[in-house]
Structure formats: structure tokens, C-alpha cells
Design a protein around this ligand. Structure first.
Ligand code: NDP
Length: 333
């Protein structure tokens, strides 16, 4: 038997999620690798799955949790054997396939990435899907800058949703590369925290979150945006000639009320970043770089630890934008 959160929808109880005791025989038969989960996290999408605020859960009952790190206990997949340390992000896990907010998981071996030796399972989940997505954003920007001959320090990089998980890791990564990072947040009281991660300036997100002009004063050589909506439109409108924006999120909204002006008049490039179905080579590259490039000393400031039961109460908080950085879940407490 093992413990897990279980989302269900029934006629009498409606949509609900509770801490449950499950049998290993209940794990999905479609998986070919069984993993003893050590750590998981609460991402924005997990908040949606636990609360039911958006229809991310595709089948019931379902264990939520879009990511986990742990150790293989049994495998019918040629790549994995008992004892291997693994990390998983996305692939519909925690949405259509039982996920990581659990002490056990059974998943497809093709979805797993070997945990780099330098990272503990806890560190991997302190980074989590948010941090891995931040790395994918930074890698897209870096490819763009390398091709254009743009050097770190030659201009400012904007990170929106800075107080959140993607934002915090993006700031730390960009600062470690030598970039001048401006953090946009609705929580100016967290300025010391954001500067501690490496931001040189903190700006009020109100300056980006309302409708703005299609072209604005050129400021950013690059942007990591986890917010969407007017924020993304304003970020594009104020990106410098030839600069790039990596868009990965929708914390403000899914809409994109922009114009083509930044793209056709300033040659701005908008990169769409998806972590869920990203190919294996990109995942492996991102995790290897997280293991080497991220100042793990900063993970302590970014991370708060909770147990499985507390994950239930933390879910509405992440949707309300009240969580600073990352929530790492000790599935054994
Ligand atoms: P968090 O909830 O940790 O952070 C989101 C941050 O956005 C908040 O902390 C807040 O930052 C800001 N924010 C919240 N509401 C608003 C609003 N109404 N207007 C402007 N800013 C707002 O989430 P994550 O960092 O984990 O994820 C961020 C986004 O990225 C989510 O939309 C998530 O779904 C998406 N995502 C996408 C992935 C992909 O594969 N494309 C993978 C992972 C995440 P502050 O208080 O500092 O303003």
C-alpha cells in the first residue's frame, strides 16, 4: 500500500481531491516502469488539477502531479533497471496518466530522464517543471543571442511573473550567465528576494499588465514571460530590434492582445516554449545544464517544503499567486 493524492468526480461528492491509501495493483497498467517517488512538487497546473479550477484532469480517478523524482523499483523497459535515479516532467502525467503526488508511480520508460549525478531528487524537484521550463526558455534565448552575436551584459533581460517558480529559476540562470536581469512582479515586497536571486532591478508588474501601444521604447534584448496576455504583448512591444521573447505561460491570461508591429518592424522573434511534449534530447540537455549552471545555493531561497496533505491546501495558494518560488513536496511526510 502507498499514499497518494487522488482526484475524483462523483455524483454525490462532485470534483474533489483527497489524501488516499492505494494498492500497487491500482497503478496504471499502461506504464512499463515502476518508480518509488521521493519528491514531487506543486506547479501551477497541479493547482488547477487539485482544485478543479480548469479541466486539466482528463480521466477519473487520477493521481495529480506533473513531475517527480525517484528511484526505479521494477522495469519492463530496456533502458531502465531497478535502482536507476530518474526524473519525469509532463507527457500528460498528472493530467491523463497517474502522476507524481504519490509515493509510487508507474509510467512509460520513454518519458523518463536519468537524473544527473550532481542533483539530488530533492534538488531536482526544487527545480521541478517550472525550473526545467525556465531552462528551456533560457536555452531558446541563448541560441538566438549566439546566432546574433549578442553578449551577456549588452542589454537588459526582462523576466515576468518573477515571484513564481519559472520566474525565480529564470532569474538565477540568466544572472549566472552574466545578464542584467529586470524582474517584473506584483509583489514589490519581495524585491530583496528577487535581487538575491540575481535581479539588478525590480519593476512593478502594473507597468506591463494593462493594454499598451503596439510599439514602445526599445528596452529588452530578451524576455522570459510566464504571464501571457497584455504582459506578453507589452514585452514584445518593448523588445529591442532583433531581440527575442520566450513565452511559456498564461498566469495573467491565455489571450495575446498584440499587433504584428514588433515582429515586422523590429524583427523581434517570439519563441513558444512547451515543456510537456518536448523531445527527449532537449529534456536531457536542459537537465544537464540545470545540474551545472544553476547556483543550487539559490534553491534554498526559492523553495518551501510541504507534505502530501499540505499540498491540498497549497493548491489554491499557487493559483492565487501567493506562493513565492517553488513548493517541493516530500511525499513521505
Ligand atoms: P507560479 O504560480 O509559481 O508563478 C506565476 C507568477 O505569475 C506569480 O507568482 C505572479 O508573479 C505572476 N502572476 C500571477 N497572476 C498574475 C496576473 N494576473 N497578472 C500578472 N502576473 C501574474 O507559476 P509557475 O511559475 O509554475 O508557472 C508560470 C506559468 O507558466 C503558468 O501559467 C504555467 O501554467 C506556465 N507553465 C508552462 C509550462 C510550459 O510547458 N509551457 C511549464 C510550466 C509552467 P508575481 O507575484 O511576481 O507578479
Amino acid at each position: 500500500m502507498f499514499k497518494a493524492l487522488l482526484v475524483n468526480k462523483t455524483d454525490d461528492a462532485g470534483y474533489h481531491c483527497k489524501l488516499s491509501e492505494l494498492d500497487e495493483a491500482q497503478l496504471p497498467a499502461s506504464g512499463d516502469v515502476t518508480v518509488r517517488v521521493e519528491w514531487s512538487t506543486i506547479n501551477y497546473k497541479d493547482g488547477l488539477a487539485i482544485t478543479g479550477k480548469a479541466p486539466v484532469v482528463r480521466s477519473f480517478p487520477l493521481v495529480p502531479g506533473i513531475d517527480f523524482a525517484g528511484v526505479v523499483t521494477a522495469s519492463d523497459h530496456p533502458k531502465w533497471k531497478a535502482g536507476d535515479r530518474v526524473v519525469l516532467n509532463g507527457f500528460g502525467v498528472g493530467e491523463s496518466h497517474w502522476g507524481g503526488l504519490s509515493q509510487m508511480a508507474r509510467v512509460k520508460g520513454d518519458w523518463l530522464v536519468a537524473l544527473p549525478d550532481a542533483l539530488s531528487a530533492r534538488e531536482a524537484m526544487a527545480i521541478g517543471t517550472a525550473g526545467y521550463t525556465a531552462m528551456l526558455c533560457v536555452m531558446a534565448l541563448q541560441r538566438h543571442w549566439d546566432a546574433a552575436g549578442v553578449k551577456p551584459g549588452s542589454g537588459e533581460v526582462l523576466v515576468t511573473g518573477a515571484g513564481g517558480g519559472v520566474g525565480g529559476v529564470a532569474i538565477a540562470l540568466l544572472a549566472a550567465m552574466g545578464h542584467t536581469v529586470v524582474a517584473s512582479t506584483g509583489r514589490l515586497e519581495e524585491s530583496d528576494y528577487l535581487k538575491g536571486l540575481g535581479a539588478t532591478e525590480v519593476m512593478d508588474r502594473a507597468g506591463l499588465s494593462a493594454a499598451g501601444k503596439p510599439l514602445q521604447k526599445e528596452r529588452w534584448i530578451g524576455v522570459v514571460d510566464s504571464v501571457g496576455s497584455h504582459t506578453l504583448a507589452n514585452a514584445c512591444a518593448s523588445t529591442r530590434y532583433g531581440g527575442a521573447v520566450a513565452a511559456c505561460g498564461l498566469a495573467q491570461g491565455m489571450d495575446f492582445p498584440s499587433s504584428v508591429a514588433p515582429f515586422i518592424l523590429r524583427g523581434v522573434t517570439l519563441y513558444g516554449i512547451d515543456s510537456v511534449m518536448a523531445p527527449l534530447e532537449k529534456r536531457q540537455a536542459a537537465w544537464q545544464r540545470l545540474a551545472t549552471d544553476l547556483d543550487r545555493g539559490k534553491l534554498g531561497a526559492i523553495t518551501k517544503e510541504v507534505g502530501l496533505a499540505e499540498a491540498l491546501t497549497a493548491a489554491p495558494d499557487i493559483l492565487a499567486g501567493k506562493v513565492r518560488g517553488r513548493l517541493v513536496v516530500n511525499v513521505n511526510s
